[in-house]
Design a protein. Structure first.
Length: 462
């Protein structure tokens, strides 16, 4: 039977294999009637990945890598094989790129931030729309006297004005090292910022740090086509299991510019106490502090294979259809007087955006409904969504209309010199929302999830 959805989104039919995956690999979702809408925070665990990983751990003796003993050598083989599988998944040339395993995307970003040669003649340029783990790099830049510049995003779509970005990129006569960081997909609004910016920036002398954490779970990142200098990501966001493993994919030439601020076990060829010297290991090892998560790493290869078997393009197509449908229906909800039930922050079509949709509910008189109340009601309805600012303060400030002046007057009150709780902050910007509601679609989302969410949203209608 043709439904309004299937008429509007005919390409969804080609993604039916994901319904079978949902039934076989995520049986709890439907058994528990759980509406999971928090994929941007993390994917759910596919059962076959756990089974395959447990079988590997049961059937092999794996020891701490970096030795020639058989248990160690086998673990090393798996770690190196996983490294190659990551390069292969992203179509990255091993002569050009290497993979550094980290605990998560944040650690990958920190590796760049703490080692990038920022100085007084350089610049750190970043978009308002960034996760705090990218924002935090500004503190490394500032500590070295380096200029930090933010490029704003503009309502209603929360995209960057291309001409403005270009003028920042072209103002490049300063001479020092210059790093430009942005998310391939916003974890706040779902906006996909153009990957064309990578070449645009590199041609003007910038190194580019692409935060791909929210992008790679549902989009193809082809590193033969787009060649950022650094890419950060967390694997649990892509395929749910294992947690505790991410990576920095780095161009070898860019990595050579970094200066690690210390050395640690695993990162050196030689370190001496009496000689007071250390020699950093070449390549990825020089950046992997201590023992890698060698028992979890083989599961990353299984996860990548899992996504490849399904097809990242199939996942992308499904999420795109569902996102379009969700935005259309949420945007159409009206109170009886005609006022909108929800105000969506970000693009109102499925084009150049991912499956993350952020908004606030409003009552019939146009007053925002506190996002904490929305989360409570969603919890009671067995819907997992997320509220707050999602560690993306720039996105939140623009969406919610919180100005720099308001923030500065709040932060400069004497009692807020060193300490500010979220409650203090709420009082400070009295009358405005300090957060929003985010629903995000992913790997095995389906039409029923969207329908359940829209039914929930309709309970706010008056
Ligand atoms: C765009 C983006 N960047 C970075 C991160 C940080 O990821 P992690 O907490 O796994 O380090 C997140 C997590 O939500 C994210 O969405």
């Amino acid at each position: 039977m043709q439904t309004a959805f299937s008429r509007s989104y005919p390409t969804y039919a080609a993604t039916r294999a994901l319904d079978d995956r949902r039934a076989s690999d995520f049986p709890l979702l439907d058994a528990l009637g759980h509406v999971y809408l928090d994929y941007t925070a993390g994917n759910l665990v596919p059962h076959p990945l756990v089974d395959r990983h447990m079988a590997l751990l049961r059937d092999h003796l794996l020891g701490n890598p970096h030795s020639t003993n058989p248990a160690s050598a086998l673990a090393t083989t798996y770690v190196e094989q996983t490294r190659l599988s990551v390069l292969d998944f992203f179509n990255a040339d091993p002569d050009e790129y290497l993979v550094i395993f980290t605990a998560n995307a944040t650690q990958a970003l920190k590796l760049v931030g703490e080692a990038y040669p920022f100085d007084a003649s350089g610049e750190y340029l970043l978009t308002f729309d960034n996760h705090n783990s990218v924002n935090g790099i500004r503190e490394f830049a500032r500590a070295k006297g380096c200029l930090t510049t933010y490029v704003p995003i503009v309502l209603p779509d929360m995209r960057v004005n291309d001409a403005e970005l270009l003028s920042h990129l072209e103002r490049g006569a300063r001479g020092g090292y210059r790093l430009f960081a942005y998310p391939a997909q916003s974890n706040f609004s779902g906006v996909q910022h153009p990957l064309d910016w990578i070449t645009l920036a590199q041609e003007r002398g910038w190194d580019v740090l692409l935060d791909a954490a929210a992008f790679t779970p549902t989009n193809r990142l082809d590193l033969a086509r787009w060649r950022p200098d650094f890419v950060s990501q967390s694997f649990y966001k892509m395929f749910g299991y294992p947690t505790g493993v991410g990576c920095l994919v780095a161009r070898r030439s860019a990595l050579a510019k970094l200066h690690r601020p210390w050395f640690a076990g695993g990162t050196i060829t030689v370190a001496s106490v009496q000689g007071d010297r250390f020699y950093l290991a070449e390549g990825a090892s020089g950046f992997e502090d201590g023992t890698p998560n060698y028992l979890a790493l083989p599961a990353v290869e299984f996860g990548l294979q899992y996504l490849s078997e399904i097809g990242i393009d199939t996942i992308h197509a499904r999420v795109r259809c569902l996102t379009g449908w969700l935005i259309e229906r949420l945007g159409a909800l009206r109170h009886t007087g005609g006022a909108p039930v929800a105000r969506i922050y970000g693009p109102r079509t499925d084009s150049r955006r991912g499956g993350t949709v952020t908004f606030n509910f409003y009552d019939a008189e146009g007053r925002a409904i506190d996002h904490r109340d929305v989360e409570e009601r969603a919890n009671a309805a067995n819907i997992s969504l997320r509220t707050g600012c999602f560690c993306n303060p720039g996105g939140g400030e623009i969406a919610l209309g919180i100005t720099g002046t308001e923030l500065s007057s709040c932060f400069h009150q004497p009692e807020h010199e060193t300490h500010l709780t979220i409650e203090d902050f709420r009082l400070c910007i009295d009358g405005k929302s300090t957060g929003a509601v985010r629903v995000s679609l992913g790997l095995v989302s389906n039409v029923a999830d969207v329908d359940a969410f829209i039914a929930f949203a309709a309970t706010f209608q008056r």
